[in-house]
Ligand binder design. Structure first.
Ligand SMILES: Cc1cc2nc3c(=O)[nH]c(=O)nc-3n(C[C@H](O)[C@H](O)[C@H](O)COP(=O)(O)O)c2cc1C
Length: 206
């Protein structure tokens, strides 16, 4: 399974990214809870993002396990309350309000070209291992339906906003319709924070 997290890298950069946790001999993690055996982390990064450039050059990055609102918000800008970890003489940024952070050391990079519905794209597959982990905030909140929908809005927004993705007009309109549908539900079930962020996405795709 894929876990959605926020990757912090460079000096002050954050991005929502899907990652795989893997145990050496046992394959990818297929449970909502990661076990301590799953020390490997795999990322598929599309060429063109700051995260791609940072992880192409740096040896370490931070995985931030966050609330879904923070995951969705991370697609918009890099503003946040960052802390810094001194790691092998390098300052690694992390998000102070993450539930948990993992420092990952990159062991391998593979460059591939992928073909899918959105055309051809260049990808860097990053393999790393967890070298440090720390729980920062132990907050338990009940599930709210707006959480998942907001992350879906962020995914659609990042696709609509990507100049490299050439999309048929019908597909673009269908995605905007999905955004409208999610927005309506978020207004019904979400907090002010959910609604304000969803509004920002709706404004940006106009
Ligand atoms: C939930 C979510 C998951 C994402 N997963 C990935 C991913 O696995 N790989 C990737 O290259 N981009 C992914 N993206 C898109 C990047 O977050 C997006 O391109 C972002 O703007 C990159 O920011 P940066 O330029 O600061 O690195 C994802 C977006 C969202 C909302």
């Amino acid at each position: 399974m894929i876990h959605e997290v926020v990757i912090t890298s460079g000096k002050k950069n954050k991005a929502p990214i899907g990652i795989y946790f893997r145990a050496k001999s046992e394959g990818f993690c297929n449970s909502t809870l990661r076990s301590d055996k799953e020390k490997e982390v795999v990322l598929h990064l599309f060429e063109g993002s700051h995260t791609y450039e940072n992880l192409k050059n740096d040896d370490y990055f931070v995985v931030n396990v966050c609330h879904p609102i923070d995951i969705a918000e991370a697609v918009l800008d890099d503003e946040d309350d960052y802390g810094y970890l001194d790691w092998n003489g390098k300052e690694l940024p992390y998000l102070k309000n993450a539930y948990k952070i993992f420092v990952v050391k990159i062991n391998k990079r593979k460059f591939i070209t992928k073909r899918d519905n959105f055309g051809e794209s260049k990808l860097m597959v990053v393999n790393g291992e967890i070298v440090f982990e720390k729980e920062l905030n132990n907050i338990i909140t009940p599930y709210n339906r707006a959480d998942g929908l907001l992350v879906e809005m962020a995914v659609i927004y990042s696709r609509l906003n990507n100049e490299k993705i050439i999309m048929k007009n019908d597909d673009r309109e269908a995605m905007k319709k999905d955004m409208e549908k999610y927005f309506k539900i978020i207004k019904k079930v979400g907090s002010k924070k959910h609604v304000d962020l969803a509004k920002r996405f709706m404004e940006l795709i106009k």
